[in-house]
Ligand binder design. Sequence first.
Ligand code: THU
Length: 139
Amino acid sequence: MTGPVVDVDKAVASLLDSARAASDHAYSPYSEARVGACVLDEDGNIHSGCNVESASYGLTQCAERNALASAISAGMRPGGAHVLLIFASGFEVLSPCGACRQVMSELLPADAVVISCVSDSEYRYWSVSELLPDPFILK
Ligand code: THU
């Protein structure tokens, strides 16, 4: 049994403020949930996102997918990050939704670590392959 490929405590210490800051930008008038996420790419860049809701509810974009879209938009190649950290205050510890798990499976390596934080001392983490075993991939 091997552990996570990143130092989880260190990742929380270095990324939590960025994810918390992103959550302050949430557009969530319907749920009032404020979620922030950030991706640390292999060049050391942090890419952030927040949840953006829509009056047509199903169009809502989660913070995790927006952070990944931001990373790709800035030039990160798929597989180019090993950490995605989520901050959400209004939840217990948020477990990422199925749509985000699919997108994580495509854009992050299977052994990348997803950390979900309520604070710097309360969090859970998983590998991408734990979140979505046997993902749908077009080959
Ligand atoms: N949300 C996220 O941003 N990430 C998740 O993993 C789950 C849910 C957002 C979407 C919506 O704006 C609100 O939380 C309630 O579902």
